[in-house]
Design a binder for this molecule. Sequence first.
Ligand code: KG4
Ligand code: ZN
Length: 409
Amino acid sequence: MYCPQKHYWQVLKKSLFKKKYTSQVAQNATILGIETSCDDTGCAVIDVTGKILGESLHSQNAIHVRYGGVNPLIAHELHRKNIEFAVSEALDSSKLTIDDVDAIAITTRPGLFMSLQVGVKYAKYLARKHSKPLIPIHHMEAHALAVRISQDIPFPFLVLLISGGHCLLAVVKDVEDYYLLGESIDNSPGEMLDKAARRMKLKNIPAYSQIAGGKSIELAASECKDPSLFKFPLPLAKYRDCNFSFSGLKDSLERKLIKKEFDHGIEGDGIIPEVNDLCAAFQLAIAEHISHRTERAVLFCERNNLLAGNKNIVVSGGVACNDFIFKSVGVIANKLGYKVYRPLPRLCTDNGVMIAWNGIEKLRIQCGLTPDIAISAIEPKSPLGKSLINEVKEANIPVRVTRLKKLYN
Ligand code: KG4
Ligand code: ZN
C-alpha cells in the first residue's frame, strides 16, 4: 500500500529523534495513547503485542448525566484538570517513564474541539519536552481497530460503530483505509438513549443515578414484563440504503410518555409504572433498526466482494456494550453465516488503550508519525474513509426486517 508517510519515516529514522526508529524498534515499541475527544480523559501505555502495561480513565459521565448530554465547557475544564494526572497515572501503573515510551498517539479528530485541544496541546508539550514523535489518531478508526488488541481479525472486515457521537457502517480495508457504507442522518443511538433515559427520569432510580443513560435503559429493559406493550415504527423502512435515523423513535417515545403520564396523573419527578416495558420496546426498536441496516451492508459487501471472502462483523463504540443490541446483530450475522465480535466492553467506550493500539497499528505499517501537530489539524468533524453511500443506495438491495423480540425470552 502506498503511504505518503513512508518517506517521512525514513527521515525520522535517520536523524530526528534520539532513539533510532528501526523496524526492530517498531517490533518492540511501547506507545502512550491519550484520548480527550469527548468527556473521558483516557490514557494508556501498551506494547506492540497489545499488552496493556498501564492505563487510567477519568470519566466525566456522572457529571454530564445531570445535563442529559455532554456539556462542552465542563468537559474542557475537566480534561484540563485531569490530563497531567491521567498521563502520570498510566505511566506509573506501567512502571515506565515517558523516556521509555517510543511515541505518543493522540486523538485529533473527530470530537468536541475544546476537548480535543486539551489532549493535543498536552501531547505536543510532552513530545517537545522529551523528543518523542506524535501519532495523530482518528477516534472512529481507533474504535474500529480496538477489537484487534485481543482478537486476530484479518482485514477486510465490516464494522458497525455505535456510540454517543456516531453511528456508521464501514468496511475496514486496512489500518488507514475505509469505505463508509452508511451513517446516521440525525442523532446517534447513544445520544438518543441518553436523552430518552433523562426524559424517562431513570436517574431518579438510585441504581441508575450514576450510570450512562444507555446502560440504565438496558438494565431497566432487562426487568420488563411485556416488551410488546409499546410499539415503535421501523425507521427508514422504505429507504434501501445503510443510513440510520433515530429522531423518529425519540418523538414516538415522547408521545407515548406524555400519554402514560397523563393517564397516571404523573407530574414532576414521577416515573410511569410501565417504564421497564417502555425501555424494552425502545431498545428493541433500536436493535431492529441497527440490525436491518447491518444486514443490507453485508449483502452490499458480498455483491461487491468488499470483504474478500472474510465473514466477520465487528461492533464497537459505547453502545456496543449493550448485550441486547450486540446479540441482535449476532442473529443477523448467524443468519448470513458471519461471526460477530466486539472489543472487551471497557474498550468499547472511549478509552486511552484504543488510541495507543491504533498508534501501534500505524507504527507496524510505518505510517502516521509526525514531530508536531498543528492546532489547525484538530477536526471536530471528520468522515471515515471514502463514502460508498450513494453506491449502496443505487444497489437498491431489499431486506426484510428480522424481528428480535424473542431475545427477551
Ligand atoms: O463510545 P462512547 O464512550 O463515546 C462516544 O464516542 O460517543 O459512547 C458513549 C455512549 C453513551 O451514549 C452511553 O449511553 C452509551 O455509549 N452506552 C450504552 C451502554 N453503555 C454505554 N448504550 C447502551 N447500552 C449500554 N450498556
Ligand atoms: Zn467514542
